[in-house]
Design a protein around this ligand. Structure first.
Ligand code: NAI
Length: 675
């Protein structure tokens, strides 16, 4: 079951000691204080007035003033400057008159945010006392509050002072709303006067709104998410909403939720648990094994042979839930932001450099790849190349192509009884170890991590010791600052006269000029190299290397892992990981995500919750469940860097409302329910 995910991410944060989730608590909230600008209306009233006043200036002067205005925060709503100071500067630069103010006031109802009127009406019907506290001006606020039937004496605003010509010359600076924490003081005064009986909630988006809760006059601060997001303030909110009707579940009990009004609420919003079959898009000719696997799982993947550009992902893949790529499709932060429904990315290849892993994790999207699907293919090629080099096949084959008959056993040996030195005893190195030992080689290895020797393999005391005793040295290390030029002239000097070097790991691990010099001088008997510091991007680009023409040397175009079996394994491995995530939420093997896998308890329903990794989220969720007597049958939380991932199994069908409320938790990134 797929939530509309990020699009309908509804954010609610449940305070530990003040729950709104039982009827008694809900009814305790009597008073709701709304901010006006960028909350009840879409924008800042002051900005509308300033824009109107600027229209009266000639274009040149207007652009100069606009530049000046750009340097000042006319809104001062982050709490850095006092409101009065900012307004003085801005009005001084534009020259506002009564006509400007009246013109804006005449159109102010058009600016009211969607669903404000219905939502406030519903709250009033439920007996809530509505207050409006605005640092904006009376002329703009009153037409709206009257349309909302809010008592005039519940509305607090700023007043403009005009001169006899109708020019604005100042503000009522004795009004506490002019101070940066003025709203907090005013609400405290209302409380002391007995005008705020019971609990109080503030709905707004600025530092001055938050200050009301900070002063402990209000119990809750609900952040209204509009286009300008003050992250610092949002983080401190108890609840975050992006539509006004999202306020309703905060103040209505579960029983009331079943009434007609709430049904309308869910119809309008699209409940979080809306079931849709995921859209699957597989790009870059992903192997048929993955396609068949998805089809068997009941999915209908859309297939494209080519990669898509970022713009194409934004336009053609915007509705995709499940995306499969190979190495050519770049999935950047912008692409991730465009694909609002995206829930999982499968990189059907070894590396994941083409994906912005951090952006994906931040959006709650795990990325899977197949790091070990070609391990065996690489190991087999190493075995083959050791035999080829020790029998001097490259030079004999080259001679035969050039009509020369080099039929001689000189310098040609079996591999049996010889010593191979493996540098990097990881997935590939250890496979090579097992295969070569079975062919009769003595294996020694060197790794910076303490690795268990397989079979009779021996751990070398040092890199130098390994180099000094090996007939062939094979490299299987990653590309890191420590492995860069790991093998240069000094290390080659430690190697046995006539020994062989194999590099199928990464191009920068071997200093090629030093290797060439050793091959030319006969210090080494041959080499096999598959990876290079600079590799062509495609087959039309020429390939140049100092090793070209070197004796008894095999050069291959980075095909160590390129086999049909590896392709099939990649398809099956990544496809399986994606399906497991879709069906169970398992993230084992994800490269960017907390790894969680929880066995299903029979007769339970599963909820997946991705959140920002900050203290207390689990407690909030468990509180929410406990208050509704929902039993948690199984639960597993893992965190990784900034992301927390929680799987919960509950032993009853959770209501849409619970999912909705989980989605509203301020730290929530996404919620998904699996049937
Ligand atoms: P792995 O991560 O499983 O193993 C790497 C091992 O190297 C680890 O045990 C690590 O501790 C060790 N290591 C790291 N730094 C070291 C150092 N300075 N000295 C000694 N040991 C060190 O990696 P895996 O899967 O075995 O791959 C090895 C290499 O092969 C990687 O560079 C990978 O990119 C490359 N590769 C190349 C392919 C090709 O087509 N030619 C295909 C697949 C992998």
């Amino acid at each position: 079951m797929f939530g509309k995910s990020r699009k309908t991410n509804l954010y609610i944060h449940i305070e530990q000691n003040f729950s709104l989730h039982n009827h008694r608590d809900k009814s305790m909230i009597n008073n709701i204080i709304f901010n006006f600008d960028s909350t009840l209306i879409k924008t800042e009233g002051v900005e509308l007035i300033l824009q109107r006043a600027l229209q009266r200036l000639d274009p040149k002067e207007r652009s100069g003033r606009l530049e000046e205005l750009g340097k000042i925060s006319c809104l001062a709503d982050i709490g850095e400057t006092s409101v009065a100071e900012a307004l003085h500067q801005c009005f001084g630069l534009t020259g506002v008159n009564r006509g400007d103010v009246e013109a804006v006031a005449a159109g102010i109802m058009e600016e009211v945010n969607p669903r404000v009127i219905e939502s406030i009406q519903a709250l009033q019907e439920a007996g809530k006392r509505i207050f409006i506290l605005s640092t904006g001006f009376d002329e703009l606020v009153r037409p709206v509050t009257r349309a909302l039937h809010v008592d005039d004496d519940h509305v607090f605003t700023n007043q403009l002072i005009y001169d006899f010509r109708g020019e604005v010359v100042g503000f009522n600076e004795r009004n506490p709303l002019f101070l940066s924490a003025g709203k907090g003081f005013l609400v405290e005064q209302l409380k002391n006067d007995g005008r705020l009986p019971g609990g109080t909630t503030v709905v707004g988006r600025s530092a001055s709104d938050l200050a009301i809760r900070k002063n402990n006059v209000a119990q809750l601060f609900v952040y209204y998410l509009n286009t300008r997001i003050h992250e610092e303030i949002r983080r401190q909110a108890d609840f975050v909403i992006e539509r006004f009707d999202q306020l309703l579940p905060l103040f209505f009990s579960e029983e009331e939720f079943s009434n007609e009004r709430m049904q309308v609420y869910y119809q309008q919003n699209g409940a979080v648990e809306e079931e849709v079959k995921p859209n699957v898009l597989l790009l870059e000719n992903i192997h048929d094994a993955a396609v068949q696997q998805m089809k068997r799982a009941g999915l209908e993947p859309r297939l494209l042979k080519s990669a898509l550009s970022i713009d194409e992902l934004c336009s053609d893949a915007a509705d995709v839930h499940v995306l499969g790529i190979r190495s050519q499709t770049r999935v950047t932060a912008r692409a991730i932001a465009c694909m609002e429904n995206l829930m999982v990315i499968g990189a059907f290849c070894i590396g994941t450099n083409q994906v912005d892993l951090e952006a994906a994790a931040a959006a709650g999207i795990p990325v899977f790849n197949a790091p070990y699907s070609n391990t065996r293919s690489v190991a087999e090629l190493v075995v083959g190349e050791i035999i080829m080099l020790m029998r001097r096949i490259p030079e004999k084959s080259q001679a035969a192509h050039a009509s020369q008959w080099l039929k001689s056993a000189a310098g040609c040996t079996e591999i049996r009884g010889k010593t191979v030195g493996i540098i990097g005893y990881g997935h590939i190195g250890s496979q090579v170890s097992v295969l070569l030992e079975s062919l009769g080689m003595t294996v020694c290895f060197h790794d910076i991590v303490d690795k268990l020797p397989l079979g009779n393999a021996q751990r070398a005391a040092s890199l130098e010791e390994l180099l000094g005793r090996s007939d062939v040295v094979t490299l299987h290390v990653p590309d890191t600052p420590i492995t860069r030029n790991l093998i240069g002239a000094a290390q080659i000097a430690h190697m046995k006269q006539g020994a062989f070097l194999i590099n199928l790991s990464r191009g920068r691990v071997v200093e090629l000029a030093a290797l060439r010099a050793a091959l030319d001088a006969g210090a080494l008997g041959g080499a096999a190299v598959d990876v290079f510091p600079e590799e062509p991007n495609h087959s039309q680009e020429p390939f140049l290397s100092p090793l070209q023409g070197a004796r008894n040397t095999i050069l291959t175009p980075h095909i160590g892992g390129s086999t049909q079996e590896a392709q099939i394994d990649i398809a099956a491995y990544v496809g399986e990981k994606m399906l497991r995530f879709i069906h169970t939420g398992a993230t084992t093997g994800a490269v960017n995500f907390p790894e969680v896998e929880l066995a299903r308890v029979p007769n339970t329903h599963r909820i997946l919750h991705v959140h920002h990794n900050v203290p207390g989220v689990l407690a909030k969720i468990n509180n929410l469940f406990a208050r509704r007597s929902i039993n948690i049958a199984g639960q597993l939380l893992q965190t990784r860097e900034r992301i927390g991932y929680l799987i919960i199994d509950v032993d009853q069908q959770v209501s849409t409302q619970v999912l909705d409320l989980m989605g509203h938790i301020a730290e929530t990134i996404r919620v998904r329910k699996i049937a």
